[in-house]
Write a protein that binds this ligand. Structure first.
Ligand code: G3I
Length: 377
């Protein structure tokens, strides 16, 4: 649904509030010694994506939040090809190594993100125009990274975002130059180089039936080739009024029936109006800023905050219902200040998608999520 004017958007919010008031109790609290990782330790790992400053532990409050709350970490950018592999035989392991050391120091599981993705490629790789050279890049990249961190990181997002919304293969440089079998080959190379690391496919919107069917086909092809795939990551970039709960539950069941672990790998919930109809995390889609699309520059209204909290409660209740299948839930960032959603799909907005505010202070939402495992056991 697209709100063509402010009145329509406000009406939609009002309807949601009345639903909320009749269905939900949202508790408020301030001090809580228990962290999320402790509260969810019998259910699934709780993770966060970290940026460079967070890996450096520059801000003590954020550093404390990370070690107290999270049992898993994913690099938001530093293991992506443009940063870690800037030239043909040039690798820059600096921040990736620091991230792995951080995980070891605090016993936090590290998920490598990501080996093969068409986005954030280094300039030299974008310019490759023959198949042999791209194959050299592809093999060298996977072998070098997967072997370096084998057994030191818990898992790799081996292939990221390879599907279109209709479930067909996205027309990336890898598809064009290596052919449709490149995904099986990526997993085969990763399996060989990293026998002690779990291997995942990761994408957004694969909870939606058409795209999910494409993901299932792809996974079956990997399995039929006798190649290991351990799990599937549903990213979870959703909008507050449009979380597809039924599709999410059906997907947990469908993917786990393939023998895979299911993870929610990049969770955040935008509260801002979206210029497009669909949930997407396609970083190439961008729009212009204006006051209508950036309504909460000086704070989020209580009414919206309550809907946001209720949405997170419903989501985590669903994850807990499927705690046998769901192995990790990772937020895409530690706090609202860091979130990519301040700059996408429109640059320079003020968004509020996570459990910790701009100062890393836990929101009421956080306390509700913290308590949930006790309440529904
Ligand atoms: O590193 C440059 C820096 O040198 C430069 O000064 C600065 C100026 O804008 O840009 C920096 O690069 C930015 C990079 O993040 C590192 O901060 C890019 O502009 C910016 O586009 C990039 O955004 C990242 C985005 O992936 C790019 O694809 C986001 O931080 C990151 O959260 C986002 O993460 C992706 C997942 O990997 C895959 N799934 C979707 C998710 C959200 O898009």
């Amino acid at each position: 649904m697209k709100y063509s004017n402010t009145i329509q958007f406000k009406m939609a919010i009002a309807i949601s509030i009345s639903f909320l008031l009749s269905n939900c109790t949202v508790s408020k609290r301030t001090n809580e010694p228990l962290g999320l990782k402790e509260s969810y330790k019998n259910s699934f790992l709780i993770g966060a994506a970290l940026n460079g400053a967070q890996i450096d532990e520059t801000d003590p409050i954020v550093a404390k939040t990370i070690t107290h709350e999270f049992s898993a970490i994913t690099p938001e950018n530093v293991m992506k090809a443009e940063i870690i592999h800037p030239g043909w035989d040039i690798y820059n392991f600096n921040y990736a190594d620091k991230l792995v050391a951080l995980g070891k120091k605090y016993q936090i599981a590290v998920n490598g993100h990501t080996l093969i993705w068409h986005s954030q490629l280094p300039e030299f790789a974008k310019r490759i125009n023959n198949s042999d050279s791209l194959r050299y890049y592809f093999e060298n990249h996977i072998k070098t990274l997967a072997s370096r961190y084998d057994g030191k990181i818990a898992s790799w997002d081996v292939v990221n975002e390879a599907l279109n919304e209709d479930g067909s293969l996205r027309n990336t440089i890898f598809l064009q130059k290596l052919g449709p079998n490149y995904i099986v080959e990526a997993f085969r190379l990763a399996q060989k180089a990293a026998p002690n690391t779990e291997l995942y496919y990761n994408d957004f919107n694969i909870e939606n039936p058409q795209k999910r069917a494409g993901a299932i086909d792809m996974i079956k092809k990997i399995q039929a080739a006798g190649v290991r795939i351990d799990g599937v990551g549903i990213q979870g970039h959703w909008q507050v009024n449009k979380v597809p709960f039924n599709n999410i539950e059906e997907s947990i069941i469908a993917f786990s029936k393939l023998g895979l672990k299911v993870m929610f790998t990049e969770l955040d919930i935008t509260v801002l109006p979206n210029p497009w109809d669909s949930n997407t995390a396609d970083v190439n889609m961008k729009a212009e800023n204006n006051a209508y699309f950036n309504p909460y520059t000086s704070g989020i209204p209580d009414s919206i905050q309550q809907i946001f909290t209720k949405t997170y409660i419903d989501l985590f209740a669903l994850f807990l219902k499927h705690k046998k299948e769901v192995t990790r839930v990772t937020f895409w960032g530690v706090n609202d200040h860091q979130s990519w959603l301040n700059d996408w799909p429109i640059k320079g907005r003020t968004n509020y998608p996570l459990l910790f505010d701009r100062n890393s202070k836990p929101k009421d939402t956080y306390y509700n999520i913290l308590d949930l495992p006790k309440q529904i056991q």
